[in-house]
Ligand binder design. Structure first.
Ligand SMILES: [Zn+2]
Length: 256
């Protein structure tokens, strides 16, 4: 049994009983933890705010090694991400972000890169003019950190490089495999393989930019609506391929 102080971002929170709260927290020091905030008198109004989803808090946790239960015994609110909570579109994207983190992470699997990416994405969303682009760039990076990186520079079958200029010169159609997670060159394309998705060169170029550029640069991109939709659908299918429980928040964002 031990106490642990850690920075954490609340991914999910649900009231249980009169005064208790059940939380999923992505923490810097412990990775994801599922924890209970209990005890009416000890939970101050401040702690209630500190345990809302999309909030960064410095938690004091109590870990029971016998039952492996985690209890929240205190918390100092660090960042409420207020601009996200007052804008329905931004908040929806922020929820899609925390939902993806929750769906793809196992408990007690510490990963500082994931924490930093999560926090940075929420900060970027606060001032974002293109929250949709920020979300897509986040999703590509987070999937990569989870071991599901996309191969966007060479063919997943023969490993031949597919440079940018070649895409635009040779043909406007490139094939994409969700199962192999990447591009398939013309030589390896097999008509009988129904899994392969045909995408155009502009979409691949947008995907490459989303996965490489900084958040500030991603926001400056000007992409035709049709290409945006194509890439959004591709990334949505890619996520659904690897997240068994289809993300409700994702669908919600799309209907906005
Ligand atoms: Zn090939």
């Amino acid at each position: 049994m031990q106490y642990q102080r850690t920075h954490g971002i609340v991914l999910y929170s649900r009231k249980t009983g009169e005064v208790d709260k059940y939380l999923h927290i992505y923490s810097m020091e412990l990775g994801k933890v599922k924890a209970m905030a209990t005890g009416s008198r000890k939970i101050t109004a401040k702690l209630l705010a500190a345990t809302e989803p999309v909030t960064e808090t410095e938690f004091m946790l109590y870990l029971n090694s016998k039952t492996s239960r985690v209890r929240v015994v205190g918390g100092v609110l660090k960042n409420m991400f207020n601009p996200l909570k007052t804008n329905i579109t931004k908040y929806s994207y922020a929820c899609a972000v925390v939902n993806l983190v929750d769906s793809l992470t196992a408990e007690h699997d510490k990963n500082t890169h994931k924490y930093v990416l999560l926090k940075r994405t929420l900060e970027l969303l606060e001032t974002a003019k293109r929250p949709d682009y920020i979300y897509l760039a986040f999703a590509l990076r987070f999937m990569k950190l989870c071991g599901y990186a996309l191969e966007l520079s060479k063919c997943v079958s023969c490993e031949a490089e597919i440079p940018n200029d070649e895409i635009s010169k040779k043909s406007d159609i490139i094939f994409f495999s969700l199962k192999e997670r990447g591009l398939v060159c013309k030589n390896c394309y097999n008509e009988a393989d129904f899994e392969l998705i045909g995408v155009n060169a502009q979409a691949i170029s947008f995907l490459r930019q989303l996965s490489k550029l900084s958040g500030e640069e991603v926001e400056k991109l000007e992409i035709p609506k049709k290409i945006e939709e194509l890439v959004e659908n591709l990334i949505r299918s890619y996520i659904n391929e690897y997240v068994p429980y289809s993300l409700k928040t994702q669908m919600f964002v799309k209907t906005l």
